[in-house]
Ligand binder design. Structure first.
Ligand code: ADP
Ligand code: MG
Length: 681
């Protein structure tokens, strides 16, 4: 039998089982052999109590039925270790009032049981363990090996059946080595061997080695796909979208501050991309407040000078409006024509986007709108702000446009390195790792809600000094009506607390134009306090605001709190992030303490990942990753790094995989193309 054999051709597998497997997408021997165990169990007899349920097997040497309390019954089966010695202790399994069990278990049988071992008197007992009766010697060697595989639960297939089928499959498999789909410098060894050992390892050590082989194979396949996408976009042709840079020079001279070194470096990287004859596909990472907008403007000006249109996509209307205001202030004096498109502003008279004198050079709008509704005359550059709200699929729609524009995606959510290598692995990465000088410090403090009084007098001092504050509260109500009501109550409370300072309310149910006005009044300093749900989360920039007070902070995620904190400390004043909580749990305390400890977004991201897992971290955006069968992004970060290096070096030396030793890798790319990717683990 070969590994590619369809299961249907194997007549020893019962048809209903084949159907059950097919429902899981398992149709070939290889599919089944790469249905990896979730974990393995050590099935030796216990010597002591344990709170962890364990699984073990033994021979039934005695059974008994006893009565207690009148009509109640206890059935006991005593198990002995298969190779019992003088020191072995039997294990007593007990079931209360389950009369049918005595019909299933008899002396002389072999049993596998699963439960918590407890000390009862001087006997080790299991109460109501799950159990299986083992029929014959072969089954014994499959199910009762010292290290036994446990598979992901599957409907219509018990562990025993699945284990049995896989065991037999491995026996029937030709013993010829299966070529690994790995370059030799990554890992040597036979793939077949690794597959055998991942299911039925002889020792824990051989299990580890097998796992490493298979994880590397999985990661390498993934990185080959990513690297090939990347080299494909590098091999595409596109016009150079960069002017000579005079417009950019003018802009920089007008800026009231000097660029940070990081900004200069990144602008140079982008400029090289714009000048190149293939499309740019670049990720700009920078913590909140690191000055990404200026970098985006620089890129836009280079494209505009070359005669191309640029699109600037923001995730929300508020941000689109804010970018529009900022860009107008800086770009209109340079003679650059701007236009905005948001749902709220559709009817207004726009500058036309087609050819002619009045054509807009820069179109600012929400992601959704610019993607769906706008046709451009000669789009040369697309800047996507706050990428994590923008799915991979949407990005692909932009990059597949003809002629291809240059694409710059910006994210303020620092991403753990392993994720950058995968989710954004097809992008070139630039990082703003330096904050502009002269920024006020941010102090973060966690406070018990009971201390609100002290906090309020602190807020008043800030307001008296002329500063402004944000108050953020979590959304508690699900329905729109209730939400508005809760918000109104919140507003009333804060108006009293902060009297006579003015405060306004912002929440999701307030319509677009009104929202703009509220933001604008706050920006101009007409309002002292902004009470809000997280609608102010990303990108909002009001340098005079120095306090971010978050109520029920434990309800927010770490990344989200870090974003909120990024709203302050944007001017020269010292700023304060106050996290109010009444949650006494250590989990909440541990989480919030991370923010007290560090203001570095990458550290926050790693901690967040540690606590929550990447699904949450990436939000609802499609992760764009193949579902991992065995590798774990967190635990196997170092293997991912190695796999990535190997893939990149192979593809850059031999982009079409034509050389003799690389031909076998072609299938990795062909096979994976067109699959829908999802699910990070
Ligand atoms: P983010 O990276 O979070 O989008 P912004 O681009 O909104 O940050 O910049 C935050 C603030 O810092 C803005 O007010 C911007 O004008 C200012 N800024 C940007 N670059 C510099 C710099 N090199 N020196 C001083 N201030 C800067
Ligand atoms: Mg920004």
């Amino acid at each position: 039998m070969e590994i590619s054999q369809p299961l249907e051709e194997l007549d020893w597998i019962p048809r209903p089982k084949i159907l059950a497997l097919r429902r899981l997408g398992i149709t070939t021997a290889e599919n089944l052999l790469t249905h990896f165990p979730r974990r393995h169990e050590d099935r030796r007899f216990p010597r002591e109590e344990s709170d962890k349920p364990i699984c073990l097997s033994g021979d039934v040497i005695k059974t008994s039925l006893r009565r207690f309390g009148g009509w109640k019954k206890i059935f006991e089966a005593t198990l002995q270790e298969p190779d019992a010695n003088a020191l072995s202790q039997p294990l007593v399994c007990r079931w209360f009032n389950m009369h049918y069990i005595q019909k299933m278990i008899a002396t002389g049988q072999q049993l596998v049981v699963f439960g918590k071992p407890r000390l009862r008197g001087n006997r080790i007992c299991m109460e109501h363990p799950e159990f299986e009766v083992i029929e014959n010697d072969e089954e014994r060697s499959i199910h009762l090996r010292r290290i036994t595989p446990i598979y992901p639960a599957t409907e219509g297939l018990s562990q025993r059946v699945l284990r049995g089928i896989i065991y037999r499959l491995l026996q029937e498999l030709d013993t010829e080595p299966i070529e690994p789909l790995l370059p030799d410098n990554l890992k040597t060894g036979d793939r077949g061997q690794a597959i055998r050992a991942i299911h039925f390892p002889e020792t824990w050590k051989s299990l580890d080695a097998a796992r490493e082989h298979l994880v590397l194979s999985e990661f390498f396949a993934m990185q080959m796909l990513i690297a090939s996408r990347r080299s494909e976009s590098h091999s595409k042709m596109s016009a150079a979208h960069s002017g000579r840079g005079e417009l950019l020079e003018k802009f920089l001279r007008l800026l009231p501050f000097a660029l940070t070194t990081a900004q200069e470096t990144v602008i140079a990287e982008i400029r090289t991309d714009l000048e190149a004859g293939h499309p740019m596909n670049r990720l700009l990472q920078g913590d909140v407040g690191s000055g990404k907008t200026v970098v985006a403007i620089a890129a836009i000006l280079l494209a505009v000078e070359a005669g191309y249109q640029s699109a600037f996509m923001a995730p929300t209307q508020i941000l689109a409006e804010q970018h529009y205001a900022v860009l107008r202030r800086w770009l209109e004096p340079l003679g650059v024509k701007l236009s905005i498109r948001t749902a709220a502003r559709q009817e207004e008279s726009f500058l036309p986007l087609v050819e002619g004198d009045e054509r807009a050079d820069v179109i600012i709008g929400t992601h959704a709108l610019l993607l769906e509704k706008v046709s451009f005359s000669n789009l040369g550059l697309v800047v996507i702000d706050e990428q994590h709200k923008f799915g991979v699929a949407q990005r692909a729609r932009l990059t597949s446009r003809e002629p291809a524009p240059d694409v710059l995606v910006m994210t303020a959510t620092p991403i753990p390195r392993t994720i950058t290598m995968t989710v954004y692995g097809d992008l070139d990465v630039s990082t703003l790792d330096e904050m502009p000088r002269g920024r006020g410090k941010i102090i973060t403090a966690v406070r018990d809600s009971a201390k609100l009084g002290e906090v309020l007098s602190f807020l008043r001092k800030q307001l008296e000094a002329g500063r402004q504050i944000y108050v953020v509260y979590p959304l508690v109500e699900e329905s729109e009506k209730l939400e508005a009501k809760a918000a109104a109550a919140e507003h009333e409370r804060w108006r009293e607390r902060l009297h006579p300072y003015t405060c306004e309310l912002l929440h999701g149910r307030i319509g677009g134009p009104e929202k703009q006005e509220i933001m604008e009044r706050f920006r101009r300093g007409q309002t002292s306090a902004l009470i809000s749900t997280t609608v102010i989360e990303v990108g909002v920039d009001v340098p005079n605001a120095t306090v971010m007070l978050v109520e029920n902070a434990e309800r927010f995620g770490l990344a989200q709190l870090h974003q909120l904190r990024g709203r302050i400390g944007r001017g020269e004043h010292k700023s304060y992030c106050i996290l109010l909580t009444s949650d006494p749990s250590s989990e909440a305390a541990e989480k919030l303490a991370v923010l007290e400890k560090t203001s570095d977004g990458f550290e926050v991201a790693e901690a967040d990942w540690e606590m929550r897992g990447p699904g949450d971290l990436l939000g609802t955006a499609q992760s764009g990753l193949p579902a991992l069968k065995i590798g774990n992004l967190k635990r196997d970060a170092e293997l991912m790094q190695r796999a990535r290096q190997a893939a990149i070096s192979i593809l850059s030396a031999d982009p079409r995989l034509e050389s003799l030793q690389n031909q076998r890798f072609q299938q990795l790319i062909v096979e994976q193309q067109g699959r829908t990717f999802s699910n990070v683990s």
